[in-house]
Design a protein around this ligand. Structure first.
Ligand SMILES: Nc1nc2c(c(=O)[nH]1)N=C([C@H](O)[C@H](O)COP(=O)(O)OP(=O)(O)OP(=O)(O)O)CN2
Length: 125
């Protein structure tokens, strides 16, 4: 298995209105470092999993729709608890809609909430 990862970041605001959370039930900000990993059984004839520039452009495009947004007001996310896990899945699904995925076996997205905590989602293709 080969893996290629590109990284970007996104600044958002949101609230997590569930009793399992503390102060984060209120509106607050977060900057997620986002890692997108593409997994492929073999390499293409150009010796790559996928072109780094293509993958970076797709990730940037997906995150641009979230950047500086209040996720509580985002049409696709309003009413959803936008935990780090949920956002990792959302980014993976948005990436999969835009990336040429035919040769890939999975996409993995990791969101780093801070240096000591992160969550991810694996989307089999
Ligand atoms: N599995 C997850 N756990 C938590 C997430 C998450 O996305 N996935 N997010 C948060 C909060 O965004 C933030 O990191 C901490 O907020 P806080 O209100 O402090 O939440 P706690 O659960 O730590 O609540 P306390 O009552 O303050 O202990 C938290 N967890």
């Amino acid at each position: 298995m080969f893996r290629l990862t590109v990284r970007d970041h996104v600044m958002i605001a949101h609230s997590l209105p569930h009793p399992n959370f503390g102060p984060a039930q209120q509106l607050h900000g977060a900057t997620y470092v986002v890692e997108l990993t593409m997994v492929r059984d073999g390499l293409g004839e150009d010796g790559t999993v996928i072109d780094i520039g293509v993958a970076a452009d797709v990730l940037r495009e997906v995150l641009a729709d979230l950047n500086y947004r209040n996720l509580d007001d985002h049409p696709a996310l309003a009413g959803i608890l936008t935990t780090t896990e949920v956002m990792a899945r959302y980014v993976a699904e948005q990436v999969a809609e835009r990336l040429p995925t035919a040769a890939l076996s999975s996409i993995e997205v990791v969101l780093r909430e801070h240096p000591d905590a992160w969550a991810g989602y694996v989307l089999p293709l």
